[in-house]
Design a protein around this ligand. Structure first.
Ligand code: ADP
Ligand code: MG
Ligand code: ZN
Length: 599
């Protein structure tokens, strides 16, 4: 804020300076030499004066100056009997003074306009986030209409099920009349639901692009800071315009910002505007028939907070899940984004897909971009697997900060900790293979990491696999205890993940022997559950204690498992940690070699 202030004062000063310069320049252009009356008389007598205009008390005219150049001059009139003298000297004369009005106007008004012009340009340059005096009262929520979207279904990958559901909509938009005749029922409102970055916005655009209809879009978050009444007016406007352009698509991005349940977050107050806008949207949705050829689409990543009124039949009653892509999906998405990049011919896309579990389309687009940038920085002609490997690390764990100093003792703790994870994981069946271990600090949180890459996307996991997973998460802390006889805060994240798994095993998967096959996780709010129902389980205090006890039991027994494994392989632990301290990073093959040497 402070900075912006200085910034604009600076431009005001420049502006004033420009005005002054321009003013004096223009004035000098019109400058007229003032001569004394006596000199005027001499000039007159020598025949130098060619033309004059006379007023009550001033004389202006033209004369031949040096080298017979015509110059303007003026003088104060002294002799009232001048005209006789003039006739004598053969000069044309008239009886008024040329007005100086125009000149005065020009020399002041022109620079002022110049100044305003410059100011306006700067305001525009600074963009919409800095509302200048010009944009006051203008609406931020613009309705964007795009006629020819180039986005096609082939640009959206890894979401085949969602695409299948949308094919019907495209058919309808292409020939709305046909559907009316056949009596087919077309959904009015389609809600795309899924985590951020999975391609919801892209998918909506692709529907418009495939069917070749206009695409009206608006973002729900634009309404948040709007003046009262404008939001509702915009919604009305949007529907009026859309009906004229039918068949077409109206797309409301980030519906949750606008469609939050009424009454939620009421403490802050002042959400009347949002409510009015939401009400208007509901009114408009009820008031149109999809037969006119207008399809309403919306996207959200938080369906659970939407006002239930929005989800009722006849409104957004068709929900399409746009989920995180699986391994094949990720490979397809990578292929889409690799179209614009010169990749090495032997680049193994499947391998990259395997390295990126959990990433969504936006992450993968970012990944390809990072890899391409790395290739440029390395002066390579094509993007290869090495660039992708590094890009994955960057995207996963933040930028590599090689020069960050950790004290030698900390480094040693981190090295043993990470080796602990790796050894436990590799000693137990059913855990993900260890891809690499690193003690290069990344970002703020992680001092080191052990990267385990699942061979496949998993949908089912057995009890023993979950237990093994917990043991390998606890391996870091167990190694610290064995080697240093002390434990550190470095296991913070491991503990939270291990506890989460144990909790799910007891409460959701019925995997605890003392509590048996019961589901105890009803306190989680499911997306479409009635909003009236609040958190709080429907089990007794005794059960609650039993749950806590079971979770602790699982964690402590798996901690013992980890301790036992590491005690048995102390030599690998030490050797591996030493290697890590030396090289900072060791990969899968090196770890395998270490494990085999000692067994
Ligand atoms: P969302 O709206 O779900 O948050 P976006 O549609 O805005 O996600 O996606 C952001 C960008 O990420 C897209 O412009 C595209 O480049 C990329 N992307 C996301 N999902 C996909 C996908 N399924 N296929 C291809 N690219 C994708
Ligand atoms: Mg989006
Ligand atoms: Zn750890």
């Amino acid at each position: 804020m402070e900075k912006q202030h200085k910034f604009s004062i600076f431009y005001v000063l420049i502006g004033i300076w420009v005005v002054l310069i321009a003013q004096s320049y223009i004035a000098s252009m019109f400058a007229v030499k003032t001569v004394p009356y006596s000199q005027f008389m001499t000039l007159l007598k020598t025949g130098k004066v060619t033309e004059i205009a006379i007023s009550q008390d001033q004389i202006q005219g033209k004369m031949k100056g040096d080298q017979n150049k015509i110059e303007e001059f003026k003088t104060v009139r002294v002799d009232p009997e001048l005209s006789k003298t003039l006739e004598q000297y053969n000069v044309t004369f008239k009886g008024e003074v040329q007005s100086t009005f125009l000149r005065d106007i020009l020399s002041w008004v022109l620079p002022v306009f110049l100044f305003i012009g410059i100011w306006y340009l700067f305001m525009k340059r600074m963009g919409p986030q800095q509302p200048g005096f010009m944009s006051l009262g203008k609406n931020k929520a613009k309705i964007y209409m795009e006629n020819e979207l180039n986005v096609k279904f082939t640009d959206v990958a890894g979401v085949d099920e969602a695409k299948q559901e949308l094919v019907e909509v495209i058919d309808f938009l292409k020939t709305p009349g046909k559907f009316g005749e056949l009596g087919g029922k077309i959904p009015k409102g389609i809600l795309l639901v899924g985590p951020p970055g999975t391609g919801k916005t892209l998918l909506a655009k692709a529907v418009a692009g495939e069917s070749g209809v206009p695409f009206f879009s608006m973002s729900g978050s634009d309404f948040v800071e709007m003046f009262v009444g404008l939001g509702a007016a915009r919604v009305r406007d949007l529907f009026v315009q859309a009906k004229q352009k039918a068949p077409c698509i109206i797309f409301i991005d980030e519906l949750d910002a606008l469609g939050k349940a009424r009454g939620l977050g009421g403490v802050t107050g002042g959400h009347d505007e949002r409510e009015q806008t939401l009400n208007q949207l509901l009114v408009e949705m009820d008031g149109f028939d999809s037969k006119v050829g207008v399809i309403l689409m919306a996207a959200t990543n938080r369906p659970e907070i939407l006002d239930p009124a929005l989800l009722r039949p006849g409104r957004f009653d068709r929900h399409i899940l746009v989920d995180r892509p699986d391994k094949l999906g990720r490979a397809d998405i990578l292929k889409v984004h690799l179209r614009n990049v010169k990749a090495a011919p032997d680049l193994d896309i499947e391998q990259i897909a395997a390295m990126t579990p959990g990433m969504v389309g936006a992450d993968l687009a970012n990944l390809v971009n990072e890899a391409a940038l790395l290739a440029v920085r390395r002066d390579k002609a094509e993007v290869g697997i090495a660039e992708f490997q590094e890009a994955v690390e960057r995207v996963i764990a933040g930028l590599e900060k090689k020069n960050r100093l950790i004290n030698p003792h900390e480094r040693e703790v981190v090295a043993h900790h990470e080796m602990g994870h790796a050894i436990v994981a590799m000693s137990l069946p059913g855990t993900d293979p260890v891809h690499k271990i690193s003690i290069i600090p990344r970002g703020i949180a992680a001092l080191g990491y052990t990267m385990q890459v699942p061979t496949d996307d998993r949908f089912l996991m057995s009890k023993s696999e979950l237990l093994n997973k917990i043991a390998s998460l606890l391996g870091g802390r167990a190694a610290e205890e064995i080697v240093f006889n002390d434990i550190s805060t470095g296991a913070h994240n491991d503990l939270s993940r291990a506890t989460d798994i144990a909790k799910s095993m007891v409460k959701e998967y019925g995997m605890s022997s003392s509590l048996g096959q019961v589901y105890l996780a009803h306190d989680k709010r499911s997306p479409y559950m009635d909003l009236g129902m609040q958190a709080g389980g429907d089990y007794s205090e005794a059960t609650s204690q039993a749950i806590d006890h079971e979770i602790q039991q699982i964690i402590s027994s798996q901690y013992t498992v980890a301790l036992d494994i590491l005690k048995g392989r102390k030599d690998v632990l030490d050797k591996g940690a030493k290697l890590l301290l030396d090289k900072e990073k060791i990969d899968h093959d090196e770890i395998e070699a270490l494990m085999e040497q000692s067994s």
